[in-house]
Design a protein around this ligand. Structure first.
Ligand code: ZN
Length: 189
């Protein structure tokens, strides 16, 4: 995929106003495990930076940085085995960041147990993912990428819980978890 192709498909998902409107509806039956309702203000544990440059490096530099599994997922659009990720057991508050470039992608407050064996979220942080159609299987799927380094993260389906009805099915090996009481690492440059 060329950079031009990626950005043709790249659009911000979900649109922040839509998500905020959905959350404000208060009909949440999500995996929010605290007693507090999910509100727009509480949705983001670590906010993503307001602006950021794209991140590129050579294939060899990616291979040097990433494990074979993470390279396959992020740079070759691979998929890990189900139930392979230790992130499935992550119950702390915090943020899931792109293993390729450290961009924050998901808040723990949108994580839920989908029963699929992959870390699942009902929304990403606003403006950090781009999508494109994946036609590798018989049924086309929508895959999504980190908007900054174009690393492949997973696929989004329309069978998720309230308030969005979406399921972001993510490869755990493409993410790193940062607990809420730790500082986010700087974006890779
Ligand atoms: Zn990234």
């Amino acid at each position: 995929m060329t950079r031009k192709e990626f950005f043709r498909y790249a659009w911000m998902v979900p649109a922040a106003p839509l998500l905020l409107q959905a959350c404000a509806g208060g009909q949440s039956q999500t995996a929010n495990t605290s007693d507090d309702p999910v509100t727009p203000d509480s949705l983001v544990v670590h906010a993503p930076p307001e602006s950021f440059d794209t991140f590129e490096q050579s294939e060899q530099a990616w291979r040097d940085q990433l494990s074979d599994t993470a390279f396959h997922i992020l740079r070759e659009e691979g998929t890990e085995r189900p139930y392979a990720s230790p992130l499935l057991n992550e119950k702390r508050e915090g943020t899931f960041i792109c293993k390729g470039c450290n961009l924050p992608l998901f808040s723990s407050q949108t994580m839920y147990d989908s029963g699929t064996g992959w870390p699942s979220y009902w929304a990403p942080l606003a403006g950090v993912l781009g999508t494109k159609l994946d036609t590798k299987l018989l049924t086309p799927r929508t895959e999504y990428h980190c908007i900054r380094c174009e690393g492949h993260q997973g696929h989004v389906f329309e069978d998720g819980p309230d308030p969005t009805g979406l399921r972001y099915c993510n490869n755990g090996a493409a993410l790193r978890f940062v607990p809420a009481d730790e500082e986010l690492p700087p974006l890779r440059t």
